[in-house]
Design a protein around this ligand. Structure first.
Ligand SMILES: Nc1ncnc2c1ncn2[C@@H]1O[C@H](COP(=O)(O)OP(=O)(O)OP(=O)(O)O)[C@@H](O)[C@H]1O
Ligand SMILES: [Mg+2]
Length: 264
């Protein structure tokens, strides 16, 4: 077993300036440990998605380097990075069934038909979707669609999965269930996960460490406890800590209400 402290990813001075001259990410440096769950937390437009798109190779950085297991992968094509990505909008093929969606990635990788089917079914089962395998995405709930997207990512056995606000379109009860499932999958497969959210409560409940961003810059990286006990700046105090307390209050009211209604 590789230890949790071994570096999986090392990001050095990663910058992105778009053609219009506006900087979206300014000199980001951080590491992600093997099997770690790292959240990227920050308000809209601070550069979270841009970092993820550079990590997976969808856009080239303006400057800086990305190392995975010690190897410089900055200019590798996405298919050679061993990473998967799950988006907010699921990005499923609507004309294909659940099974076909999950099989598709394996077929692209030139697996035989029989192996692709067997592996796809295994992961569909694991995600609790077996009874839905012949349905099209538009016959599924949002949470079920996101499970298909996760199965489709897992089936390629990435060692890093990137999530871009995967739960922000889902209702709170579905989010709570999916969170627990994701954490269980992470443990089972020892996958390194990088998870974008702008929900403070979500970041604090799921992460080994949280990376807080503001206006293209990383302001603090630390464990939930470190961030709560010593917020690095006034901004971390107000955007992260104060908002977290408000969210937790709201959530306990929600849990309290649903608890009461169950009693009746
Ligand atoms: N292709 C692009 N061309 C020009 N500017 C871009 C491009 N993509 C993103 N930006 C800009 O870069 C900045 C960071 O965008 P990014 O999508 O990384 O933010 P984000 O933190 O993911 O926000 P959100 O929470 O709203 O998803 C924004 O100001 C955005 O307008
Ligand atoms: Mg984004």
């Amino acid at each position: 077993m590789e230890s949790l402290t071994k570096e999986k990813l090392k990001i050095e001075n990663l910058c992105k300036t778009f053609e219009d001259g506006k900087g979206a990410v300014s000199s980001a440096s951080f590491t992600v440990n093997n099997g770690e769950f790292l959240s990227i937390l920050g308000p809209s437009g601070c550069g979270k998605t841009t970092i993820l798109r550079m990590l997976i190779g969808l856009i080239p950085p303006t400057s800086g380097s990305i190392y995975k297991d010690g190897e410089d992968i900055t200019h590798f094509p996405p298919s050679k990075r061993g990473m998967g990505i799950v988006f907010q909008n699921y990005a499923l093929f609507n004309n294909m069934t659940v099974l076909e969606n999950v099989e598709y990635a394996l077929k692209v990788k030139k697996e035989t038909k029989a192996t692709a089917r067997e592996t796809a079914l295994e992961y569909i089962e694991k995600m609790g979707l077996i009874e839905h395998k012949d349905k099209k995405p538009n016959e599924l709930s949002g949470g079920q669609q996101q499970r298909v997207a996760i199965a489709r990512t897992l089936v390629l056995k990435p060692d890093i999965i990137l999530f871009d606000e995967p739960m922000s379109a889902l209702d709170i009860a579905t989010r709570l269930t999916l969170r627990a499932e994701l954490k269980a999958l992470q443990k089972e497969f020892a996958i390194t996960m990088i998870y974008i959210t702008h929900d403070q409560e979500e970041a604090f409940s799921m992460s080994d460490r949280i990376m807080v961003m503001d206006k293209s810059v990383i302001v603090q990286i630390g464990t939930p406890e470190e961030i709560l006990s010593s917020p690095a700046t006034e901004y971390v105090q107000s955007f992260v800590v104060d908002n977290l307390k408000a969210k937790v209050d709201a959530l306990s009211k929600f849990v309290g209400l649903s608890h009461d209604s169950n009693k009746k």
